[in-house]
Design a protein around this ligand. Structure first.
Ligand SMILES: [Zn+2]
Length: 133
């Protein structure tokens, strides 16, 4: 039996996360009308409903709002990887996102985010302590 992979189904808009990870850049959609940074990826702006959302490099600094350790998962891949640390992070450029935690970050800590390819080859957000980035 092959090693399970993380879930890889994403929206068409989210393919940009994988492209950014493949290019080793930190890029999110930015509305061309109101400059609102979008996350998660979407087809229209969360602020003004404009539909031109080009991918642009954005600041990757954020603050940890909450963190948790997953000790159970219904996904076979994560069952083999537990415990798995995750956090809700508030990006300085606006959005709130859920990220994988690579360092021992706690609520209120500053972090730097990266877009990396997971085991299934999909772009995901990963949070690091700033000095470990
Ligand atoms: Zn907008």
């Amino acid at each position: 039996m092959s090693t399970p992979l993380p879930p890889s189904t994403r929206s068409a808009a989210a393919a940009g996360l994988t492209t950014a990870a493949e290019n080793n850049t930190f890029a999110l959609q930015v509305c061309s009308a109101c400059q609102t940074v979008q996350y998660p990826p979407r087809d229209v702006c969360s602020n003004c409903l404009h539909d031109d959302l080009p991918w642009q490099a954005v600041p990757q600094q954020a603050t940890v709002m909450a963190s948790s350790t997953l000790r159970h998962s219904n996904e076979p891949y994560f069952q083999e990887q537990l415990p798995w640390r995750i956090a809700t992070v508030k990006l300085d450029c606006g959005p709130v996102a859920i990220a994988h935690l690579k360092d021992d970050l706690q609520t209120g800590d500053r972090t730097e985010l990266a877009l990396e390819l997971d085991a299934a080859g999909v772009g995901v957000l990963v949070a690091y302590a700033p000095n470990n980035f």
